[in-house]
Ligand binder design. Structure first.
Ligand code: CTP
Ligand code: ZN
Length: 152
């Protein structure tokens, strides 16, 4: 018989569990989802072992069920994230995140001359590649790739 698994972060009754977040991007995910501005209970664990990711983080948000378009915003920094929807302590749905076609106001354009870097213009990108995530700026058309990706 399979041994009972020890949870490193307590189970929640209702809400969303975001698993398989790269540990190095935990705080970016928190920032993108605005978790620092809500009053719901949030627990997280980080630097947990993951066979796939090396070190992963897990975030449990009680009482919040995200819209797909909102949760997909984390795909830039957590492309392998797995969402578990919890109702009455049970996992009722599992979802993966999908990189959106258009990214509005999450990333910074790497072109220092871009208008978005010296005027208050919300950044806007289209996705050129979903695999190694590269973004094309709507304003200056320069490419910002994964290595240069900076979250604002
Ligand atoms: N979970 C939770 N509270 C619950 C039920 C589940 O916080 N009431 C969390 C578990 O800790 C786990 C995730 O939700 O991180 C998914 O739960 P489950 O599907 O039971 O775990 P696994 O089979 O390990 O899922 P997977 O292999 O898909 O990650
Ligand atoms: Zn630009």
């Amino acid at each position: 018989m399979k041994e009972a698994k020890q949870m490193s972060v307590s189970a929640i009754q209702n809400g969303t569990v975001i698993d398989h977040v790269p540990a190095s991007n935990l705080f970016k995910v928190i920032q993108i989802l605005g978790l620092d501005r809500i009053e719901n209970q949030i627990t997280f664990g980080t630097n947990l072992e993951s066979k796939k990711l090396g070190l992963k983080a897990i975030i449990k948000i009680s009482g919040v069920f995200f819209e797909d378009k909102d949760i997909n915003r984390i795909a830039l920094v957590a492309p392998d994230a797995k969402l578990n929807i919890i109702k009455d302590y049970e996992v009722v749905e599992k979802k993966v995140v999908e990189v959106p076609e258009i990214i509005v106001g999450i990333a910074k354009c790497m072109n220092p001359k871009c208008i978005t870097n010296f005027e208050t213009v919300t950044t806007r990108f289209s996705i050129v590649s979903k695999k190694n995530i590269s973004l094309k700026c709507h304003y200056c058309e320069k490419i910002t790739n994964q290595e240069n990706l900076e979250i604002i």
